[in-house]
Design a protein around this ligand. Sequence first.
Ligand SMILES: [Zn+2]
Length: 225
Amino acid sequence: MEKEKKFKGSKFSTFIKKNIYLILMIVCLLAIIGMIAYTFAVQGAEDSTQTNANINDNQNVNIEKPDDNKPNENNPNEGNEDVETLTEIGQPVVNVEVMKDYTDTELVFNATMKHWATHQAVDYKCEKGEKVYAVFDGVVTSISATTLRGTTVTIKHSNGFESVYSLLDSKVSVKIGDKVKKGDIIGVVGDTGVFESADGTHFHFEFKKDGEFVDPNYYFEGANK
Ligand SMILES: [Zn+2]
């Protein structure tokens, strides 16, 4: 048995010695094939990553489009996401008494400016000094004061939404860059603006998506849709 094993072993090593070049060539060939296969595999992975990146870029472009309020066809969930966020916005005042509602088609007479125009905002009948609250979490991006609109605070929310609070008292409770939570006090109602002064003391609230006015009634929590 021992001899037979040795014999077999020596026969094998003889075979190796005789065919060493052939074996080395096969090993080299296999290595080259392996490298080529690996290169193709890596390129394929890069290509597919690139394609995904392009798809994401396209989606971003669609989301950023200022006039694109329609749900993105490439991403059917986008529309749902917006609605989810917006169903959660609160009222900016505690005593909700709408004096002039939102309209983007019907013209209403502005007794102060003596002209007919749409009213892309909601006016709440308020007393001076009545508290005004952030309708949703966000960051204060602007505080301005003009003769027409009085003191105005703008809060930027997620998903391109903005809430704008006009006709406030000049002493506001926030400053630019402040992070606010839904329900935080922004300021109080004042009589700092004249563009709707003929309507009496009130608070003028606007809501925007990607810079365009939207009807806040659609987005208040508990709103009938
Ligand atoms: Zn108004």
